[in-house]
Design a protein around this ligand. Structure first.
Ligand code: M6P
Ligand code: ZN
Length: 190
């Protein structure tokens, strides 16, 4: 039996997004310094330091052929007029793909090639998003309740946060006159 891992089933609570026995990761606003365009609004909100998102992950050893999965509970909120979002990443093994499945709430995914070509894919419960190899991906909560989704990704994909942390995405997702607007990131050209 040494070759074979033990199969298992785990329960995902659709209301809360929690996966039983998963490893929980909490990202507070203070973990996201430099990610939001409006620095003043960021500093002001830091006094409350809200939780921006939680991740519940079931991960395997980083081996080719195996699979990880995780839910993310992305809370509603804004920094200035920019919606709460995940950090976003390329895969350390850049050619690894991923699939997201939206469970609850409202939002979308911002994707980008290494050259800065960006796409926005709106997500609502039932939306399945295919993240092709090489595309960075970040999710954004554009609603008023937690935005919850499941992600499935190769166990050896890894996370490369560096590029996004420095430059962000070429687009930002903001609220303007009550509408969700995807606009150029003023910091991108610097
Ligand atoms: C999804 C997956 C995870 C990722 C999480 C949060 O659940 O893609 O691999 O960690 O979203 O996104 P990030 O790592 O960009 O903060
Ligand atoms: Zn990923």
């Amino acid at each position: 039996m040494g070759l074979y891992k033990e199969p298992f089933g785990v329960k995902l609570d659709f209301e809360s997004g929690v996966i039983e026995n998963a490893k929980k990761l909490v990202r507070k606003l203070s973990d996201m310094k430099g990610y939001y365009v409006d620095v003043e609004a960021y500093e002001a909100l830091l006094k409350e330091n809200p939780v921006v998102y939680e991740v519940y992950a079931i991960e395997q050893e980083e081996k080719d052929g195996d699979l990880n999965f995780a839910t993310t509970v992305l809370h509603p909120g804004k920094v200035g007029n920019e919606f709460f979002m995940t950090k976003g990443h390329y895969h350390a093994k850049a050619d690894r793909a991923e699939v997201y499945f939206a469970l609850k709430g409202k939002g979308g995914m911002l994707l980008q090639t290494p050259e800065g070509e960006a796409r926005w894919v709106p997500m609502e419960p039932g939306t399945i998003v295919y993240v092709p190899p090489y595309w960075a991906h970040r999710t954004v909560n554009t609603g008023h309740e937690p935005f919850i989704f499941l992600a499935l990704y190769p166990a050896d994909a890894g996370h490369d946060y560096g590029t996004i942390k420095e430059k962000g995405f070429s687009k930002i997702v903001v609220e303007k006159d009550g509408e969700v607007v995807i606009e150029d990131n003023p910091r991108w050209a610097e």
